[in-house]
Design a protein around this ligand. Structure first.
Ligand SMILES: *[C@@H]1O[C@H](CO)[C@@H](O)[C@H](O)[C@H]1NC(C)=O
Length: 509
C-alpha cells in the first residue's frame, strides 16, 4: 500500500506518552494508517518533515459559539472556522440555541446546520442550548437527536434571564440525558445573587465595564457549582461544569470526584491568563474594558489564576476549551450595545471573548515543550488530554478524533522545533484570522505556534507561507456517538440515602 502522506522527523505526542524520534505517521485516505519507523514512500506520497518538532493531535475545541442569533456581530462560520485551523484546532463543537418560544429542536438544528454547511474550514458538530425543555423534547426528540442526528450533548444555563432554567428543569433534563447517554454541560452561576448586585450597582451609578467583575463574584459561581453537583448526585447523572473560574467551585468538583461522582470540569484560557484589571477604563478609551466582559468574569488576583493552573496540572479539569464567544468591539450591535446614550452600562454589554485561535498556543507555551520541568505548568500528554483526547471522548468522537492512533482521522498540529526562532513571541490582533476586531490576549507572551495544521490528511494551515490553505467547503459535519464518562461512575447512592431509595421514585430507563 502506498501512503498518501508520511510525517517524519517529529516527536509524536499522545495522551499518555511522547514517542521517541524516528516514529513516523503514515496517512491513507484521510486516516492514520500506521505509526512506525522508516515507512516506505511511493511516488505519490507527500512527505512532511516535522524537523524535530512536536506533533500533537488536531485540537478539539468543544466550546465555541459561532453565528448564534443572539451575537450577530462576531464570527461567521467562515471566519470562526478559519481562525480555528490557523490556531491548530481541527474540530469545533458549536451551539444550536433554542429560543424559549421554540417547541421543537428539529428546526433549530436545521437552522444552525444550514448556517454551517459548506461554510466551515474545520470539522464540526453541535450541542443544543436548551431553554424550553418540554416533555415532548425530552421524551421524543432527545432520542432522535442522539440516535439519528448525532447531537449527543446539551448545555444548560443557571443564569441569564433569556436562558436560565429552574433546578427542576435541570433535574428533568439530567434524568433524560442520563438515560440516553447524553452529556450535560452546565453554566453555573447564581442568577438571583447577580441580579441583586446589578440592581444595587446601577442604583449607585456604578455602571462602568469594570463593575461587571463586581456583579458576578466567585461566591455566585461557588454556590451554583455546588448546587449543580448536588442535583447531579441526586439523579446519578454525569455532568460537566463549563468555564470554571473560582477556586472554591473547583474544590467542590474535586471533592465530588474524590467521592467517585462523575463530575467533569472545564476551564478556559482567559481564566488562566487574564485578570479583572483588564476591565478598567484607559485614558484613551473609557469603554475598552468591554473587550474583556465574559461570564463568569475575569477574577481579581494572581492567586486566582494560580489555583486554576493547579487544577490543570493535577487532573481536576477534564477539558480545556476556548469558550470562543465573539462580538465585535467597535460595533453598535456588538460590545457597544453597552454604551447607552454614550453612558457605559456594563449589564448591557454582550458577554464573551474570542479565543478559538489562541487556545492551543497559550497552553502549549506553558507546557514542558516550551519550559524547563521546574517551570512547566503541565506535561505534554496532559496538554493533549485537555485539548484533544478528553473533549473528543466526552462528546462522542472517541475512535475518530483527538488521538494519534491507527484508524483515527489524520488531524495534526506540527509545532515549530524548539530551536526555531520562527514562532511568534506574543499574541497580537494582527496575526489572527477571526472576524472580531480585537483579541483579549493582546501582548500575552507565547513560545510556539502551530506551524502546520493537518485535517484528514490535508495541510490546511501552513504558517511559513502565512496561509490558510484549506477550503471553506472541506469541513465535515460530525455525527457524534454517545459521550464517555471520564471521571467517577454513575449510579452511586447519594450521601445519606438508602441503597434502593432512588429506585422508589426514579423513572425507569
Ligand atoms: C488540585 O487542584 C485543585 C484546584 O486548584 C485543588 O482544589 C485541589 O486541592 C488540588 N488537588 C490536589 C490533590 O492537589
Amino acid at each position: 500500500m502506498e501512503f498518501d502522506m508520511i510525517i517524519h522527523n517529529g516527536l509524536i505526542v499522545s495522551d499518555t506518552t511522547v514517542l521517541p524520534l524516528g516514529n513516523e505517521i503514515g496517512v491513507k485516505n484521510g486516516k492514520i494508517s500506521c505509526i512506525g519507523m522508516s515507512l516506505p514512500s511511493g511516488p505519490k506520497t507527500e512527505r512532511v518533515d516535522a524537523e524535530g518538532a512536536y506533533i500533537t493531535p488536531g485540537g478539539v475545541d468543544a466550546h465555541v459559539h459561532l453565528a448564534q442569533t443572539n451575537a450577530p456581530t462576531g464570527d461567521t462560520w467562515e471566519t470562526g472556522s478559519r481562525s480555528a485551523i490557523a490556531g491548530g484546532t481541527t474540530t469545533i463543537l458549536a451551539f444550536a440555541s433554542q429560543k424559549r418560544t421554540d417547541t421543537s429542536l428539529i428546526p433549530v438544528l436545521d437552522d444552525y446546520y444550514q448556517k454551517a454547511r459548506g461554510q466551515s474550514y474545520a470539522d464540526y458538530g453541535f450541542h443544543f442550548i436548551l431553554t424550553n425543555p418540554t416533555r415532548d423534547i425530552l421524551q421524543k426528540e432527545f432520542p432522535i437527536m442522539a440516535n439519528e442526528k448525532g447531537v449527543t450533548s446539551v448545555k444548560l444555563y443557571m443564569t441569564y434571564e433569556p436562558m436560565k432554567l429552574t433546578d427542576r428543569d435541570l433535574l428533568d433534563i439530567m434524568i433524560s440525558c442520563r438515560a440516553l447517554g447524553l452529556t450535560t454541560m452546565i453554566h453555573a452561576e447564581n442568577s438571583d445573587m447577580i441580579a441583586l448586585i446589578i440592581e444595587g450597582l446601577e442604583r449607585n451609578g456604578n455602571t462602568d465595564p469594570f463593575y461587571h467583575a463586581i456583579a458576578r463574584p466567585r461566591i455566585a459561581e461557588d454556590e451554583a457549582s455546588y448546587r449543580a453537583i448536588s442535583l447531579a448526585e441526586l439523579v446519578g447523572a454525569p455532568i460537566l461544569i463549563v468555564h470554571m473560574s473560582s477556586k472554591v467551585a473547583v474544590e467542590h468538583v474535586r471533592h465530588a470526584q474524590a467521592r467517585l461522582l462523575p463530575i467533569h470540569a472545564e476551564t478556559c484560557p482567559h481564566y488562566l491568563f487574564l485578570l479583572s484589571e483588564n476591565l478598567k477604563s484607559k485614558p484613551s478609551d473609557h469603554f475598552c474594558g468591554a473587550m474583556h466582559v465574559c461570564s463568569p468574569p475575569l477574577r481579581h488576583r494572581v492567586e486566582d489564576l494560580e489555583d486554576l493552573w493547579q487544577g490543570i496540572a493535577n487532573g481536576t479539569f477534564t477539558v480545556f476549551s476556548s469558550d470562543h464567544a465573539p462580538s465585535k468591539y467597535d460595533h453598535p450591535g456588538g460590545k457597544k450595545l453597552g454604551l447607552v446614550n454614550g453612558i457605559p452600562m456594563f449589564s448591557k454589554i454582550p458577554n464573551g471573548l474570542p479565543g478559538v485561535e489562541t487556545r492551543l498556543a497559550l497552553l502549549f507555551s506553558e507546557s514542558e515543550a516550551c519550559l524547563p520541568p521546574a517551570e512547566a505548568r503541565l506535561s505534554l500528554p496532559r496538554f493533549v488530554q485537555l485539548t484533544s483526547t478528553n473533549p473528543a471522548k466526552m462528546y462522542g468522537l472517541g475512535g475518530c478524533k483527538g488521538s494519534i492512533l491507527p484508524g483515527y482521522d489524520a488531524d495534526f498540529v506540527i509545532w515549530y522545533p524548539t530551536s526555531s526562532d520562527q514562532a511568534p513571541t506574543e499574541i497580537t490582533q494582527k496575526m489572527l484570522h477571526h472576524g472580531v476586531d480585537y483579541t483579549p490576549f493582546e501582548g500575552v507572551k507565547i513560545r510556539n505556534w502551530p506551524r502546520y495544521t493537518i485535517l484528514r490528511g490535508k495541510v490546511v494551515w501552513n504558517r511559513d507561507s502565512g496561509k490558510v490553505l484549506g477550503e471553506m467547503t472541506y469541513g465535515q459535519y460530525l455525527k457524534r456517538g454517545k459521550g464517555e464518562v471520564l471521571v467517577g461512575k454513575s449510579s452511586l447512592t447519594p450521601r445519606g440515602m438508602l441503597d434502593n431509595e432512588r429506585d422508589m421514585w426514579m423513572p425507569k430507563r
